[in-house]
Write a protein that binds this ligand. Structure first.
Ligand code: PLP
Length: 366
């Protein structure tokens, strides 16, 4: 049995063990081809079947119809920060963005190169912190924008939209869902597009899934470089050039694992249980485990806190947790503190162990 830790990394993150085991079993000879998936041509029928199955499962799990295209693109979510406005605004269109954290800021910065960008709300305080998700009433949106962009889960700040905003009629909602896609079901009725790199809830790094609706695709310019063009990528089914085949194959396996567990309703139940357990432990000693995020904005995926605002104590905690087999708990370098990323593949047992380690630590270091 391999040595495995409980991995609370923000991404790349823990993958389901059954998925890794299947990958291991198929690594040298994928279904009698005598080749690894890494060696298969991206034009081979065996690969075509892998990609088609992953697209089918992606749509099925999220309840997306035939009017949606599922693209598998390289370059990470950060690349979508410019692909999106390049395709849709291309120099003169308008788009509104909500600034709820570092990743939103990056998206806004890139979008400003391609169009008229308006920040519908910024949740950043004077200290540069992002401690809440705005309400619908707080958004100052333009009726003639092509889209309203949100970051559904703020991986660094530890905040998450529980209910998505309603843009004005005729304005599409677009989201960076990098760190919370597949944690539960969502209503995509108002969405034109959403994107997520795989390395949190979906698979390994190296591929980003862009889901784009027909009507939103038709807003895209034809006058963009080929590899950046959503229209080209959709018409060539993401195979204009060599796709990141191995990463897509693993994503397909993760989606099958999700379906096998009972789909997104079962996943949501488990994720809420894990997050509740951890937040309850934090709230039981509020002067010790210091949480600053407003309670109604707390993330179920990335739980962030400080230990009495004491960096030395935090370092000690991270060291002791690591010794107990709990990895990846250091907060993002821009905010410090502790962060537990409890994505889909992190087990209840992992969170229980974390809470036990926290209780022991608090007693020993009052
Ligand atoms: C919400 C969010 N958006 C975008 C990114 C950037 O993703 P990538 O590293 O795939 O470019 C991250 C990375 O952690 C993220 O958490």
């Amino acid at each position: 049995m391999a040595h495995r830790v409980h991995c609370f990394n923000p991404g790349p993150a823990q993958l389901p063990l059954p998925v890794l085991e299947e990958v291991q079993a198929e690594l040298l000879d994928y279904k009698g081809t005598g080749m690894s998936v890494m060696e298969l041509s991206h034009r081979a029928p065996e690969y075509a079947a892998i990609q088609a199955e992953a697209q089918k499962d992606f749509k099925e799990l999220l309840g997306l119809g035939d009017n949606w295209h599922i693209l598998f693109l390289p370059g990470g979510s950060s690349t979508q920060f410019f692909h999106l406005p390049y395709n849709v605004l291309n120099g003169n269109g308008k788009a509104d963005y909500v600034n709820t954290g570092s990743w939103s800021k990056n998206a806004i910065k890139e979008a400003k190169r391609f169009g008229d960008i308006h920040v519908a709300h910024s949740a950043e305080n004077a200290e540069g912190q992002f401690l809440y998700i705005p309400t619908q009433d707080q958004l100052n949106m333009r009726k003639d924008a092509k889209y309203l962009h949100i970051t559904t889960n703020n991986t660094i700040a530890g905040t998450q939209w529980e209910t998505f905003p309603q843009p004005p009629n005729g304005v599409w909602l677009v989201a960076d869902m990098c760190s919370d896609l597949f944690w539960r079901k969502f209503d995509f009725e108002r969405f034109g597009m959403f994107y997520a790199s795989a390395q949190k809830n979906m698979g390994p790094s190296g591929v980003t899934v862009v889901a784009i609706r027909d009507e939103f695709l038709s807003l895209c310019s034809d006058d963009v470089p080929t590899m950046v063009s959503y229209k080209t990528q959709a018409s060539k089914d993401s195979l204009y050039n060599t796709a990141p085949t191995f990463a897509i194959y693993v994503v397909g396996k993760v989606l099958k694992w999700l379906k096998g567990l009972g789909g997104l309703d079962a996943m949501e139940k488990l994720n809420r249980k894990k997050a509740n357990l951890l937040y309850r432990a934090l709230d039981s000693k509020p002067d010790y485990w210091v949480t600053s995020v407003r309670k109604d904005s707390r993330s179920t995926m990335n739980v962030v806190w400080r230990i009495r605002n004491d960096e030395n104590l935090e370092k000690k905690f991270i060291g002791e947790a690591k010794a107990a087999g709990l990895i990846g708990l250091k907060g993002h370098r821009s905010v410090g503190g502790i962060r537990a990323s409890i994505y889909n593949a992190v087990s209840m047992e992992g969170v229980e162990k974390l809470v036990n380690v926290m209780e022991t630590f608090a007693k020993a270091n009052p």
